[in-house]
Ligand binder design. Sequence first.
Ligand SMILES: C[S@@+](CC[C@H](N)C(=O)[O-])C[C@H]1O[C@@H](n2cnc3c(N)ncnc32)[C@H](O)[C@@H]1O
Length: 261
Amino acid sequence: MKIIKHALRYIKYLFKSQNHYSIHSPTIYNFISNVIYSTTSKSETKEIEELRVQLYANESFINIKDYGAGSNINNNNKRKIKEIARNSSKNSKYGNLLYRIVKSLNPNTIFELGTSFGISTCYLAKGSPQTTITTFEGCNESVKIASNNFAKLEFNNIKIIHGNFKDTLEKEFARNNNLDLIFIDGNHTENATIKYFELALNHSHNKTIIIFDDIHWSKGMENAWKHITRSKKTTVTIDLFFVGIVFLDPKLSKENFIIRF
Ligand SMILES: C[S@@+](CC[C@H](N)C(=O)[O-])C[C@H]1O[C@@H](n2cnc3c(N)ncnc32)[C@H](O)[C@@H]1O
């Protein structure tokens, strides 16, 4: 039933979405045409795609502890690595989008909430090898796999913070007052998403970009996205259905764009 509702929301998005041609703000027009609609050549993120293929084929079972809203597909605690990788990790299209966003922003600090096996983290890390990425994950087994993946791909710019968000976020955010990019991809519930949004706002600056995963995953997530788009602190918001991108820059006029991607 959840999957059917999600599919209906996607059809609604397809009807409402537009391309960038009618957008007046040069900053947003350029962001959409040069970053969102640009392509990543296969060679740039080849090793991450190879890692994805290995995880998608891995038949081993692990015990997962999911602190978040759980999976649409399978809520058993003992699950195959390949199922988790297929259901939880950002796919290649969105992974490469994260890579391009980081490459274009050249941020000093990136926070990611929800590491899982580290697929999205790898795209973030690849986009800017000199940037430190701090990624948060509660599940012990996932942390082990992610750490191995980062070592395998020789990423030395990633720091994993292991533990429940409720015990780790406040402390780590407090150490980093001016975050440049924040990717929120854990605990897809309305209340938690709004809470992470408020926390992110308190540690942001005018040029910070906040990316939310799965903004249409449930009614609750849609409510959270509405809250974010209506907040006085946000200016431009871009709805790509599977992710929402938030700008805080007061020089931009407040508007929510539903962009076909
Ligand atoms: C969708 S997955 C992340 C996928 C990853 N960003 C990717 O695309 O490769 C969300 C992760 O957030 C973690 N998570 C959710 N709520 C959490 C919490 N309250 N504390 C710690 N980890 C949490 C889950 O264990 C899960 O691994």
